[in-house]
Design a binder for this molecule. Sequence first.
Ligand SMILES: Cc1cc2nc3c(=O)[nH]c(=O)nc-3n(C[C@H](O)[C@H](O)[C@H](O)COP(=O)(O)OP(=O)(O)OC[C@H]3O[C@@H](n4cnc5c(N)ncnc54)[C@H](O)[C@@H]3O)c2cc1C
Length: 563
Amino acid sequence: MARNAAEALGATGVPSFTTELIAGNLRWDLLSPWPCSDPADDARADEAIALLGKVLRTVDPVTVDDTGKLPAELLADLRRHGLLAPGVPIADGGLGLTPSGVFRLVEAAARHTRAVSMTMAIEAAIGVGAYLPVLAEGPLRATVREALRAGALSGTADTEPSGAANRRRETVAVPTPDGTAYLVTGEKVYVGNAPIADLLWITATVRSPDRERVRTFLIRTDDPGVVVTPHEFMGLRGFPNGRITFTDVRVPADLVLVEEDDYEGRITPAITVMLSLGRLYLICAPALAIARTSLRLAGDFARTRMIDDRPLARYDAVRRSTADSLAEVFAIESVTEWCLLAGPVRGLNPLLEQNLAKNICSLDSWRTVDRTMSLLAAEGFETDRSRLARGMPAGSVDRLFRDARGLRISGGVDYLLDYWFSQMIVFAGARGTGPGAPAPDLRHDGLTPRNAEHLRGAAASTRALAVLCDEFAAEGDDGAAPADQQQRHIAIGATYRELAAMALCLARAQHLAAGGDETAQHLADVYCTAARRRIDDWWPQISRAAQPPYAAVSDEWIDHGRR
Ligand SMILES: Cc1cc2nc3c(=O)[nH]c(=O)nc-3n(C[C@H](O)[C@H](O)[C@H](O)COP(=O)(O)OP(=O)(O)OC[C@H]3O[C@@H](n4cnc5c(N)ncnc54)[C@H](O)[C@@H]3O)c2cc1C
């Protein structure tokens, strides 16, 4: 997917902040003016959120978590109000919200019940409606529009038991002799919305004598040969997710997504654009909801718990922890705002920032909930069931913790995404061998001295990282890292996401400070201080610093059971 991101980016030819970052140039000028949403769009999203609030009034998140099921009538209610197709045009049965509106709606749902938000996000990100913009006029587009108007539920089935990280897909689609259809056979696992879906996009390998290509097919779940069974996760409980087997399922040839027929990869550039936006709904919206809720719980606890007659909130360690969590919420807000608005408002291409956002948001959210767990101590570790039994209100950290962990896996495991980013984006094309990009223009309009220093530090690291990457490329590292150099690429990918997050926090802080919100500067300062510490940790893994004998230790135990 990442390689496609590079290609999709190349196809648009519009400026991209992260492309410049990778070239060694922190283009601070591109981040200003900070993009703001249209008040009319916001008002329409507010209406949808109010509507959602009414629909969710009868949904109890604790019961959903306990039973692992959504209330029977809920999906029909959501569907009736268009809430399962918020981004779909009104003419096709949706609410016609902008991506920013869809994001806000999903985030609001996630603050109430994550399972509901996941179902909504799957529809918006990878359901039938999400593909509409990439479908040419024809039978497939007509089928999708008809399904949307009928309120069909859907999702995308890509992961297989052999592992999503594999390039190959073992599910096969065999053309019928008359060429009018394919017979699909195989198995998919962990598919969001599978148990409730009417339609699913599935990936399958089409073999011809000279080559194999993975193509996307639209199937109906009531087609003969389709069997769906539910999975259960430790978190996000109640989110319908399942395994699907296909045995000679007949798919008409005109329900194959044909986009750039010669394309060799599994996911085409146009679908990459769609998925990159979609992951903001699938991962970043619930990540923000979890971080905000964790922060609220931490605040409530720190305000009321007294230790030796002193409120917990007034202890140094707790102040730092609270400030770090506040800063991480600020960072998720900054990154997602940019990712959603930089395209439509500023005419920039935020595709790579959207790619980085998955890890930025899920990891920031994870750190926030983990910190809250530590703060609440045993109370944080206690389940809602136990709290309710002793007359306490529900609202434990337990559910947040379990749900947040899933966001680091769904859509790709975090370290692997960092690895792919370096391998397939940073090292995608020929890298320069010069001294690096010219020094960037860092003139700013009112950053505090500390934040101005963070900006200079980020720009210097950006430059140094590009020089190092150029050197590695000159030494023959083309991103196809041999097993013993993988960590270098993971660290490079991670450092780029830290640098991008820092820059976006600083730019939003500058914008908010200009409007009188000086706290934003402090939040950016706290975030950048932590991010720079993390970069300091990544750096030895990128540079040629001596490392412990990881491979020897691991291989000895894996191969011989010796340690
Ligand atoms: C809540 C949730 C919702 C989901 N929804 C959907 C959905 O709607 N549709 C769908 O198709 N799938 C879905 N998935 C599946 C999800 O996308 C995959 O679980 C995820 O991409 C990881 O793939 P995998 O579990 O198959 O692990 P694998 O890809 O098999 O990876 C196993 C381990 O190997 C590591 N690894 C892989 N390659 C390398 C490498 N080259 N170097 C080093 N380490 C490597 C991985 O990081 C991981 O730790 C969902 C999963 C969850 C948890």
